[in-house]
Design a protein around this ligand. Structure first.
Ligand code: HEM
Ligand SMILES: [Ca+2]
Length: 311
């Protein structure tokens, strides 16, 4: 319930005294960056998921290699395509002027993801704050095991999100994140194998389109890693087109297609395709759950001075 002051140890007025203009500063810093690169909001929404999914929302994904710590989360192949992390660091730098040592990098990741949704046409989500950043060194191994593979199916994502206390409706709603952004060709090649379960519910004309854009046949080839397809028909706008595409067999990934046919998820895909308000409502509660996953609060973490280094 968003009216509660506390949620998982976080609160809706956490920076009221220590950084009262936080929301404005974040918005006015990020919106010119988004204007400069309209594909950046998608990158930052995905960044939130990939941070939260690996040892909780603790900004572990931002840590750069240093000293004897040579491998970081970014070295995991599951983090292929993660981009724009540097924008968090640059907002942190401007925040340090007005609110030195106050705002955690993990809260910034959430606030920026929230702006990414709002500024592309989605709901403006009230998010509870007060996360602390991790002190532990980041692990490629944990990223490998905790992030879903690009071939994930309905069973596996319902399991994953049930672990974050999401309903099936919320699980289908959070997948609506794929309403913005891109998928690189290396992640869609598995869907050309017509004997394979990964290409269930695929419109043959859509497959033809994908084959034209993604002609490389080795997923590790440089061409496959450099070319991409849009996530839905309106990939710069946060809307319900993702659900229309799913129903029509135009989903890029196995999960994008399968939610449109699986009897557990299809009713919600249809409901969201027909009712944007319902999608936005369910998305908002799912976003708060995901962004509160295993957070560090109080003395369990720190406020890093620089986002890409463990203090
Ligand atoms: C749990 C099942 C999920 C799977 C299997 C999955 C998989 C993927 C894959 C393979 C890509 C393409 C990356 C690339 O080729 O560059 C992608 C992109 C994306 N994902 Fe997911 N994802 C899942 C859930 C989520 C969630 C929960 C969110 C957000 C809360 C999210 C947000 C995004 C966004 C915004 C993009 C576009 C990124 C960009 O344009 O750079 N995904 N996802
Ligand atoms: Ca993390």
């Amino acid at each position: 319930d968003q009216n509660e002051t506390n949620y998982e140890g976080l609160s809706y007025n956490y920076y009221e005294k220590t950084c009262p203009r936080l929301d404005e500063i974040v918005r006015s810093s990020i919106s010119p960056m988004f204007a400069l690169d309209p594909t950046a909001p998608a990158a930052l929404l995905r960044l939130m998921f990939h941070d939260c999914q690996v040892q909780g929302c603790d900004a572990s994904i931002l840590i750069e290699p240093s000293g004897d710590q040579q491998f970081t989360e970014l070295d995991s192949a599951k983090n292929f395509g993660i981009r724009k992390r540097e924008l968090i660091g640059s907002i942190k730098t401007s925040l340090e002027v007005e609110c030195p040592q106050q705002v955690s990098c993990s809260d910034l990741i959430i606030l920026v993801a929230r702006e990414a949704v709002a500024l592309t046409g989605g709901p403006l989500i009230a998010v509870p704050l007060g996360r602390k950043d991790s002190l532990s060194t980041p692990s490629k191994h944990v990223a490998d095991s905790e992030l879903p593979p690009s071939t994930a199916d309905v069973d596996s994502i319902l399991n994953l999100f049930a672990g974050i206390d999401m309903t099936i409706e919320e699980s289908v709603a959070i997948m609506g994140s794929h309403s913005i952004g891109v998928t690189h060709c290396n992640n869609v090649l598995s869907r050309f194998d017509n004997e394979n379960a990964t290409n269930a519910n695929m419109d043959p004309r859509f497959q033809t389109f994908l084959r034209v854009v993604c002609p490389e046949f080795s997923p590790t080839s440089k061409t496959a890693e450099a070319t991409f397809v849009p996530n839905d028909q309106t990939s710069l706008i946060f809307d319900t087109a993702y659900y229309d595409d799913s129903i029509a067999g135009r989903g890029n990934l196995r999960i994008d297609s399968e939610i449109g046919v699986d009897p557990r998820t299809r009713p919600f895909v249809e409901a969201f395709a027909a009712d944007q308000d319902r999608f936005f409502g369910s998305f908002s509660s799912a976003f708060v759950k995901l962004s509160s996953y295993k957070v560090l609060t109080g003395n369990n973490g720190v406020v890093r001075g620089v986002c890409d280094k463990v203090d």
